[in-house]
Each structure stands twice: as structure tokens, then as C-alpha cells.
Design a protein around this ligand. Structure first.
Ligand code: UN1
Length: 512
């Protein structure tokens, strides 16, 4: 399995063993650029999740008793394997989820950066020493693992995001049960093989392959102490609201966006066009941080439009394994349908369509790729109206609106913030005042200036506000979701003295 996909049936990894699981059903991983089957997998059931959770619970005590540094050693092995196999795994990512090859590699690089951060953090201080009002007291903070962490990850970053969730959770002393996306089980298989190669103790890491029912069996189970979810707003909000009603359980969810880029009247238009093309079309628009709204000042609107349209007409869509490709296919047939529906909706709502390459010409589709899930850029202009569904609903494809604004940054930011989402965004301007206004007033978790709104580095907190997320399932911020803090105070004196002027005297009837 490690080198090339074969026809074998691949299994779950539960309690340190490869397992067929209880179900009879199987499913295939498909190459979205060709439609070919890459490998076949067992479809997990509730019974498989049940066993995985039991294994994770059994392993908890032994794992949490290790030092941070000993736990991190297992992750360092994985770090080296990810580095040594970057090119090979980058190709697997590209074959399985269709991202062009530089993005396939970047996914693996992002994964090992995350593992490096998590394992390196094992040797860093983990709390604060806090001064006490009473000189004879020492106060400090300790962290404890929460227990079992349930991870549900998306297909668009099939190697990186699993490590956003699992690397820190494991180093902090939790055990995990993970369900990879059903579109990218091959990447899941390889990651599970890496944990096996690293010799992680049985039950500390468990993987169940499958669909949403297996994911729900993880997130709904009371043995799960923390849920880490990255995926659609629909599922994430459901998980967050369910988990919110369960005392003692936490969910950190990161969902989609309807991300916007504001192009001010003083923008450098080279930077504006470059940033907008990357933000709207890289990963075929299938990042949760991809931009579907470009909010452009009237003074530069015509020139920006002309230049953006020129690139959108020509940007290469094709074989993602070829170095010269900018956009690969969409993930699956249903997703192509969904993107077409969003394009149609924009048309119905009166959009002026500027570029429509949604149905690629036959000669644009590379030989041998006729069964791939092809879709090209769709660019339209529309007058801003808060009620337009096309300006509110996330398409998750190469579908982008040009919106003209007049007036100052207040107006641009008003339009920018007019969405339920709040994940990523950018401002393109040469004026530091405008940039800072955007930084302060844009309702988003990830803000950029004179850059695309994609490509966050792993050690930044990644996550959104409003419907885009309720937590940060990556890097430093995920520590909050996978640990409990103990605020510890020790008295070094023989006397008990209280803070806040609270009397420590005990009066009894004998005192009268
Ligand atoms: C996603 O959009 O689904 O910031 C994750 C980025 C990547 C992660 C994207 N580091 O573009």
C-alpha cells in the first residue's frame, strides 16, 4: 500500500491491529482526475467505532503516564517519515483529491510542520507561574489531557488536517479515534501505517474508515471528551450544538467561509490580481479559505475586472500531476453538480457573467482524463444586495463574484462583513490606515494584507468566527481543546493565610 495503491481491501486500525470490522460494505477511493479506482476500503460501522473508542479508553492511563517528551518521540518518527516520503505522498494526495502536484506536496509539508510544532512543543514550558497575593504561596498552572479525542477530517487537506488535530492531542496525552474523509481513505491508510511503524502503543491511535454515520458515531459517543472537526458548516454547527448540551464534553470546529478580498482605490493592481486569482482558483476553489467575493473600489473596478477576467479565461485547468497545471479537477461528480447549481443561482439572481468555463471545452481536458470531474472558473459581476443568496452561500468551487463599491473603507467592510461566515479575508491597499481598519473591523479569524487569503502557516491560530467556527483545531490553540487546566496553589507556610483579605480565623463557641 505504501508505494502504490493495489486492489487489496484496506482495513481499519483499532487497538494496534488491522481489522476488517463488523460491516460487510466496502467503498472505493477514486482519482477525481480520471475516475479510476485507486483502492478499496472497509466501510466502518457503529460497532467498529465502539471498539475503537473502547481501545482508546483502555490505552488512556498508560499513555498519559508517559512524559511529554516520551510521547513526542513517536511523533518525531512520523515527522521524519513524512519528510523522507514527501514527494511520494504528495503524489498520493494529488491522485486522491485532485490538487495539483505543488499543492499535494504542500499538504504533506504542512503536515510535518504541524508534527514538528507539536513534538517540539513537548520541550517547551506548558503553563504560567502566577504571583500570589500571599508571599508564602506559590501558584502555577498545570495541564492534564482530557482523555479520548474524536477527530473527523475533510478530504481537501487529507494529510495536513489530520495532523492539525492529532499531533497536539497525542503529545498532550490524549488517545484518539479518527475518521478520515471518505474521499481520501488512501491518505488515511498511509497515516495509520506511519503510526504503526512508529510503534505507538496499542489503542493510543485508532482509525475507522467510513462515511458520516461512522463520524457521527464518534462525535455522539459519551466516551469522547473532545471532538475536533474540520468540514462543512452544516455538520460542524450540528456537532457544536449537540456537544454543547453534553456537560464536560467540548467541540472545536472549523467550518467554511464566504471569504472576501477588499481591493481599495489605492491598491497595487498587480498584487490585487495575483492575490485574487490565487485565492479564488487555487485548489479549484476548494479550500475553506478560498475567496468567492472580490469587493472592488469603483476607481479601480474596470481595470481590475479586465485584468482578472483575462487571467481567469486562461488559467490552466488540467492533469494535476503535471507541473504546469494551476487547477486540478473537483473532488467528485456530486460536487461538480453543486458548483454548477451555484453558477446557475448567480445567473438566476441577475448576475452579469464575465467568464464561464464551468463546462470545459473537450480540447482542454487532457487525454485519458475524460472521466475526471472537470470544472473551470466562473466569474460574474453583480450589484451588491444583501439578499442575494449567491453572495451569501458558500459554493466551495472556482466561483467568484466581483462587487463594486463606492465610498470609504467603512462601506467596503460593511459589505465584507455581510455574511454569516467569518473565516479568512484580505485587503489590498497601499494605505496603512485602510489596512489597519480592515485588520480591526473585518469579522474574520484570519486576515491578510497585500496577500492572498489562503496559505496560513501552521503555528498561527487557524479558525474563524460567526458560522465559520467555534474553536481552533490546530497548533497552540488546540491545546485548550484537548487539555484541562489545573490552577495549583501551594502554601509554603505553616499558617493559612487567605487572599482577598478573607479571614482565616475559625471562631468557636469556646471563644466567647
Ligand atoms: C482549508 O481551507 O480547508 O490556510 C484549510 C490555508 C491552509 C489550510 C487550509 N494552510 O490555506
Amino acid at each position: 500500500m505504501s508505494q502504490t495503491a493495489d486492489a487489496d481491501l484496506h482495513r481499519h486500525y483499532i487497538g494496534g491491529e488491522w481489522s476488517d470490522g463488523a460491516g460487510e460494505e466496502t467503498f472505493d477511493s477514486e482519482n477525481p482526475a480520471t475516475g479510476e479506482t485507486l483502492a478499496t476500503f472497509r466501510r466502518g460501522t457503529e460497532a467498529d467505532v465502539d471498539r475503537a473508542l473502547a481501545a482508546a479508553e483502555d490505552a488512556e492511563d498508560e499513555w498519559r503516564e508517559l512524559s511529554y517528551i516520551d510521547r513526542a518521540e513517536y511523533l518525531w518518527d512520523i515527522y521524519h517519515e513524512l519528510r523522507d516520503r514527501t514527494d511520494e505522498l504528495g503524489r498520493v494526495v494529488t491522485k486522491e483529491c485532485g490538487k495539483e502536484i505543488s499543492e499535494g506536496r504542500a499538504d504533506v509539508i504542512e503536515a510535518y510542520h504541524m508534527v514538528e510544532w507539536a513534538a517540539g512543543n513537548a520541550r517547551h514550558p506548558h503553563g504560567d507561574v502566577v504571583p500570589s497575593e500571599i508571599a508564602s504561596k506559590d501558584a502555577y498552572m498545570r495541564r492534564k489531557p482530557r482523555g479520548v479525542v474524536g477527530c473527523v477530517t475533510p478530504w481537501n487537506f487529507p494529510v495536513a488536517i489530520p495532523f492539525w488535530h492529532m499531533a497536539v492531542a497525542l503529545v498532550e496525552g490524549n488517545t484518539v479515534v479518527w475518521k478520515p474523509a471518505e474521499q481520501t481513505p488512501w491518505c488515511g491508510q498511509i497515516i495509520a501505517e506511519m503510526f504503526e511503524d512508529a510503534g505507538i502503543p496499542d489503542g493510543v491511535f485508532n482509525m475507522v474508515q467510513g462515511f458520516g454515520d461512522a463520524g457521527a458515531a464518534i462525535t455522539d459517543d459519551e466516551r469522547v471528551d473532545t471532538v475536533l472537526f474540520t468540514g462543512s458548516a452544516e455538520v460542524g454547527l450540528e456537532i457544536a450544538s449537540k456537544v454543547g448540551g453534553e456537560p464536560g464534553k467540548l467541540a472545536a470546529c472549523e467550518m467554511g467561509g464566504k471569504n472576501g478580498i477588499v481591493i481599495a482605490e489605492d491598491a497595487d493592481l498587480d498584487i490585487a490580481v495575483h492575490s485574487a486569482v490565487m485565492s479564488s482558483f487555487k485548489t479549484t476553489g476548494q479550500r475553506c479559505v478560498s475567496s468567492e467575493r472580490l469587493i472592488i473600489h469603483e476607481d479601480v473596478y474596470d481595470e481590475f475586472k479586465e485584468r482578472f477576467v483575462e487571467v481567469a479565461e486562461k488559467v490552466t485547468v488540467g492533469d494535476p500531476l503535471e507541473e504546469g497545471t494551476f487547477m486540478g479537477p473537483a473532488i467528485e461528480a456530486e460536487h461538480v453538480e453543486k458548483i454548477h447549481k451555484h453558477n446557475e443561482l448567480a445567473r438566476k439572481e441577475g448576475a452579469n457573467v464575465l467568464v464561464d468555463r464551468a463546462d470545459l471545452d473537450a480540447d482542454e481536458i487532457p487525454d485519458g482524463h475524460e472521466d475526471g470531474y472537470w470544472v473551470g472558473p466562473f466569474v460574474y459581476e453583480t450589484e451588491y444586495d444583501s439578499d442575494l443568496r449567491s453572495l451569501q452561500e458558500e459554493c466551495f468551487g472556482p466561483h467568484v463574484a466581483l462587487i463594486e463599491y463606492s465610498g470609504d473603507m467603512d462601506r467596503a467592510i460593511e459589505i465584507h462583513n455581510d455574511t454569516d461566515y467569518g473565516l479568512a479575508g484580505a485587503v489590498i491597499s497601499e494605505d496603512y490606515r485602510k489596512i489597519h481598519q480592515f485588520r480591526d473591523d473585518a469579522e474574520i479569524g484570519l486576515a491578510y494584507a497585500n496577500l492572498p487569503c489562503i496559505g496560513a502557516e501552521v503555528h498561527l491560530p487557524f479558525g474563524g468566527v460567526k458560522s465559520s467556527g467555534n474553536g481552533y483545531p490546530s497548533a497552540r490553540e488546540v491545546i485548550e481543546a484537548v487539555t484541562e487546566r489545573t490552577a495549583f496553589t501551594l502554601n509554603n507556610s505553616k499558617d493559612i493565610e487567605m487572599a482577598q483579605g478573607l479571614s482565616a480565623d475559625i471562631t468557636t463557641q469556646d471563644d466567647d
